[in-house]
Design a protein around this ligand. Structure first.
Ligand code: GDP
Length: 391
């Protein structure tokens, strides 16, 4: 499986650790890295045959070697020996080729471990900090988020933590400021690897599914003129302005005697509760109903959309302040809505030199160090940051 690592121990004198560097999913190319004794490859039947006929140990370092993986059905791969102990295999993207390479290696005695652990031991990156960043990198979904995580892995995070440690050592008040500045990006850091969540609420038939489909640009949920069709929460992933976003189309909120629909509505409310942003949709072509009123009361600070803007306006509800008029039918207001969603989700982008908690353990440790400093426990905070840097 992508994101997992196979540790292969042939015998005491010949070992190999294998991990997938590219994230799971469709892609042109996937990269598998292997660290260990080069002789491991030459024990038993060759897993890789170079087109130039030479064995792996006779391939020069840093040269691109074209060849084939496997014996019976041969898969084209490109391989590069990065140094004496490490090589990278570039195969077709998607699951099949990667699975095959991993399982062939595993068949020689592999145990499957999580990427973070083994990458740590195997690749001896600068440290556990960088390894966990790389593990986070495999979970990013857009180029924009991947770039940010990569910059953190490439020294930004370490430099930021070093600066915090130095300030703590000097017992400087700036330590607290720097920690708070880093903590400010905790949610942002988490969303780099798990999308921002946007939930659409509104009574049935106001066009939530249609609006979500318009945003996604493809038909994802069922659209029906019968109220109550969206019975459950439908989630779809997309990206706005390079930020990964999961849109949830919740069941229409209204009084319902239908048990199934009521259950869907409960899940809808729960999804709205978990969301980073709620988009409240009303049908502008109809008069305001008591259900609409209740929704305004339940969701006071949300993004409001006056939907079906292509139809004559009959809406007589509260003046909706900064509400956006939109139509899924004509596309009017959809680009503005995307812009408004992005502004709410990512009101500010961190400056280039800011360290970001890009994985959960880091976020936890930073929060703990922050409370230790607040409690005046300088040495505990110093030790905690030191441990992050030393691992
Ligand atoms: P939901 O129950 O809130 O998810 O509503 P749907 O997306 O299923 O839409 C309900 C009905 O409204 C369907 O008949 C849609 O075709 C119609 N509808 C949705 N969006 C628009 C729009 O922007 N303009 C107009 N005129 N009709 C729309």
């Amino acid at each position: 499986m992508h994101g997992e690592t196979a540790t292969v121990h042939g015998n005491e004198s010949s070992w190999m650790k294998v991990t997938v560097l590219t994230p799971r999913g469709r892609g042109a190319v996937a990269t598998v890295a292997a660290v260990g004794d080069i002789a491991w490859w030459e024990r038993g039947k060759p897993l890789f045959s170079a087109a130039n006929g030479r064995s792996l140990s006779r391939q020069p370092l840093c040269a691109i070697v074209f060849g084939f993986w496997g014996e019976s059905s041969r898969e084209e791969v490109v391989l590069c020996r990065m140094d004496e102990n490490r090589l990278e295999i570039h195969c077709h993207g998607g699951d099949a080729a990667v699975e095959r390479i991993l399982s062939d290696c595993a068949a020689r005695g592999a145990t499957i471990e999580r990427a973070g652990f083994v990458a740590d031991a195997a690749f001896d990156a600068t440290g556990r900090l960088e390894t966990e960043c790389i593990e986070a990198l495999t979970r990013t979904r857009t180029v924009r988020t991947a770039e940010i995580v990569l910059q953190q892995a490439n020294g930004r995070l370490r430099a930021g933590l070093e600066a915090i440690r130095e300030a703590i050592v000097r017992r400087s008040p700036s330590a607290q400021e720097q920690l708070s500045a880093m903590r400010k990006w905790t949610l942002f850091g988490a969303r780099l690897t798990s999308p921002w969540r946007v939930a659409f609420v509104g009574r049935p038939n106001v066009g939530k599914s249609s609006l979500m489909n318009a945003l996604l640009g493809y038909a994802r949920s069922i659209i029906s003129p019968i109220p109550g069709t969206t019975r459950d929460v439908v989630t779809a992933n997309t990206a706005f302005d390079g930020w990964p976003v999961a849109l949830s189309d919740t069941a229409g909120v209204r009084d319902s005697g239908d048990e199934l629909e009521a259950a869907g509505m409960d899940r809808g409310r729960a999804a709205a509760g978990r969301a980073d942003l709620v988009v409240l949709v009303v049908d502008r072509s109809q008069a305001c109903t008591p259900d609409d009123q209740r929704l305004f009361a339940s969701f006071p600070n949300v993004l409001r959309v006056l939907h079906k803007a292509d139809l004559p306006q009959l809406w007589d509800g509260p003046i909706l302040g900064a509400a956006l008029a939109a139509s899924s039918l004509t596309g009017e207001g959809i680009a503005d809505l995307i812009e408004a969603i992005v502004k709410r989700l990512v009101p500010e982008v961190p400056a280039a030199n800011v360290p970001i908690p890009v994985f959960e353990r880091l976020a936890r440790e930073i929060a703990l160090a922050d409370s230790e400093l607040r409690a005046g426990n300088w040495s505990a905070a110093e030790q905690r940051i030191q441990n992050l840097l030393a691992d």
